[in-house]
Ligand binder design. Structure first.
Ligand SMILES: NC(=O)c1ccc[n+]([C@@H]2O[C@H](COP(=O)([O-])OP(=O)(O)OC[C@H]3O[C@@H](n4cnc5c(N)ncnc54)[C@H](O)[C@@H]3O)[C@@H](O)[C@H]2O)c1
Length: 235
């Protein structure tokens, strides 16, 4: 059975809040590991890199307001956020495209502790099919639909070349998957109701390069100084 993610959306929690919940969760998990029982909104905001008014508003959507003078109960907040994100259940993930990136993702142990189980690896290359990676055999892409159904895959990670991504996406959507994490450098056309998250490290690097250039220009008095470039977009 394929299960749907995103309880948060169904409960009307803003998408921007949903995007920040994993930041709070990561900070809280670190605090729980250090044995912290409670945390103030200010300390949690600093640890998550968010402003504290925004954090309080975000957590109020979960019905969590903390206790005046005490703050939030770390363990309970971990539970509340995990439940909201659907992480209190186990999600089966399939990785399609088992090249450099797909292999690295398959070997990454951190997914399991966060509630994501890599349940299938699929590739089109007969040289790759049959490889044993992280306890799984790579299966042929022809088996895609059957594997998704059999293992109850809810999330598909696309790590194929760009040219193959749209076609793979259409196949997984046709079999009922509505959550795709796309690493391929292509914009996927998908029907309404399908959630696509895109990871593109080169875009992140380009944004850093932009800021780096502005810092350098500021030091040298170059052309990108904010005062001399009033119409500059503030990222
Ligand atoms: N988002 C990012 O930050 C980021 C970073 C690195 C790579 N990438 C992208 O991720 C993708 C994978 O990169 P890589 O370095 O692992 O490439 P790679 O060539 O090593 O691996 C791609 C794999 O996909 C398989 N494949 C090709 N067509 C397929 C299909 N129709 N069905 C299933 N498998 C198929 C190939 O056999 C190969 O094993 C590329 O699109 C690359 O541009 C993105």
């Amino acid at each position: 059975m394929i299960r749907r993610l995103s309880q948060a959306r169904e409960r009307g929690i803003p998408e921007a809040t949903v995007a920040r919940l994993p930041l709070y969760l990561r900070a809280l998990n670190g605090m729980a590991e250090r044995g912290l029982a409670t945390v103030s909104s200010e300390d949690l905001a600093v640890a998550a890199g968010v402003n504290s008014a925004k954090l309080r508003k975000d957590l109020s959507h979960l019905g969590s307001y903390g206790t005046r003078g005490v703050g939030y109960d770390v363990e309970y907040l971990v539970y509340q956020i995990s439940r909201e994100l659907g992480l209190t259940q186990d999600w089966a993930v399939a990785i399609v495209g088992v090249g450099n990136l797909g292999r690295a993702l398959a070997n990454y142990g951190g997914f399991v502790s966060r509630g994501f189980r890599v349940a299938a690896l699929l590739d089109a290359d007969p040289e790759v099919v049959g490889d044993h990676i992280a306890g799984l055999n790579v299966e042929h892409i022809d088996e895609l639909e059957a594997v998704i159904r059999r293992r109850g895959v809810s999330i598909v990670v696309l790590a194929t070349p760009a040219a193959a991504a749209q076609q793979v996406a259409e196949r997984v959507i046709a079999v009922g998957v509505t959550s795709i994490l796309n690493f391929a450098p292509v914009v996927l056309a998908v029907p309404e109701g399908v959630d696509i998250r895109k990871v593109d490290l080169s875009i992140e690097l380009q944004i850093l390069a932009f800021h780096e250039q502005r810092k350098t220009d500021r030091m040298t008095g170059g052309p990108a100084m904010a005062e001399e470039w009033p119409e500059a977009v503030d990222l």
